[in-house]
Design a protein around this ligand. Structure first.
Ligand SMILES: [Zn+2]
Length: 147
């Protein structure tokens, strides 16, 4: 336990000193008193420890979810879903059009290649996104089970 200060030094000055909220005169007074009062030095160290503990709390490293780039909150979730729906709808329309063009196009190899390669590329991209989504979905489920 901390000894009581023999001169009953104002403890609020100590905490003000710690927070650098004192005037220069008050600061000077605290410094001078601390020089010859072990009790107040100990008290100040204790205050500093407490400050450190409370200050450290909000800065804990975020938990796993904190690093997640998943949508936060309803608006973000809705716009993301809407975005995905639009992109998928667009992809479906473009792909259908491309396939239809491919089927009905004249027997021109150049035109077929022109249409076939972006179509194949789009299909591959779509599959890659789909696989990613599936994997995320699985991890999400796994995470939920863990909790
Ligand atoms: Zn003292």
């Amino acid at each position: 336990m901390t000894d009581r200060c023999p001169t009953a030094f104002d403890q609020t000055l100590l905490s003000g000193y710690l927070d650098r909220e004192l005037t220069q005169g008050e600061s000077q007074r605290v410094r001078l008193h601390l020089e010859d009062c072990a009790a107040c030095r100990e008290e100040l160290a204790e205050l500093a420890r407490l400050r450190e503990a409370t200050r450290a709390t909000p800065f804990r490293p975020p938990e796993d979810d904190g690093w997640d780039e998943g949508p936060r909150g309803l608006p973000s979730l809705l716009t993301r879903h809407l975005g995905w729906t639009l992109v998928l709808a667009w992809a479906v329309v473009i792909l259908s059009f491309a396939v239809w063009q491919l089927v009905t196009a004249p027997e021109d190899l150049g035109v077929k290649l022109l249409i076939a390669s972006p179509t194949a590329g789009a299909v591959l991209l779509f599959l890659s996104v789909l696989f990613d989504r599936l994997r995320t979905y699985k991890t999400d489920r796994y995470r939920r089970v863990l909790k």
